[in-house]
Design a protein around this ligand. Structure first.
Ligand code: IMP
Ligand code: MG
Length: 179
């Protein structure tokens, strides 16, 4: 890492504790259902791996790889799905796992896309939400942390594809960055 980050906005301990709670809640809500946990890559990879292991009920795992167009630190709202699901989700209860919901455009797009495959239900679990930035009113069923309007990296989240492997969440200091 060529950049030194300051105090984490969410520490590894806070993350672990919150994910344990989310896992218990999700397990209680989905027990006995035909449950598919769908991760949105790349951003959700770290959260997904920890969350899936905290949900102690049978599940299928699947992934969508998504890229967004436009500048690196702002969402253009144009989402490109690079790979499709491998599981047939018809009649199943799907929980979409996102890294962060910012404007809400990506989440709405993915919900609509999955709904076309006729699942029994589709809900969203996002590690982070930036409510101040929301332009689309998308219902978030499970939220790890609400954060202020700051650009964050680490624990799966990137800035120009870097810092995803930082083990905690940190605010990126944009000074000197070319957006
Ligand atoms: P939305 O479509 O505006 O809700 O944006 C969702 C996507 O924007 C996320 O999946 C991230 O890839 C990206 N994003 C938004 N805010 C941040 C941030 O603070 N750090 C890293 N990526 C972000
Ligand atoms: Mg990103």
């Amino acid at each position: 890492m060529e950049r030194i980050f300051g105090r984490p906005i969410v520490t590894q301990e806070e993350m672990r504790a919150r994910i344990k709670e989310l896992g218990k809640q999700i397990a209680a809500d989905y027990a006995g259902k035909d449950f598919v946990l769908v991760g949105v890559l790349k951003g959700a990879y770290a959260f997904y791996a920890d969350l899936a292991r905290a949900i102690r009920i049978p599940m299928r795992v699947d992934f969508l790889i998504v890229t967004s167009y436009g500048s690196q630190s702002k969402t253009s709202g144009r989402v490109k799905v690079v790979t499709e699901l491998t599981e047939d989700i018809r009649g199943k209860d799907v929980l979409l796992v996102e890294d962060i919901v910012d404007s809400g455009l990506t989440a709405r797009y993915l919900i609509k896309k999955l709904a076309k495959q006729k699942p029994k239900s589709v809900k969203i679990c996002t590690l982070l939400s930036k409510p101040e930035r929301r332009t689309i009113d998308v219902p978030l069923d499970y939220v790890g942390f609400k954060i202020p309007n700051k650009y964050v990296v680490g624990y799966g989240l990137d800035y120009q594809q870097k810092y995803r492997n930082l083990p905690y969440l940190a605010v990126l200091d944009m000074e000197g960055e070319q957006e």
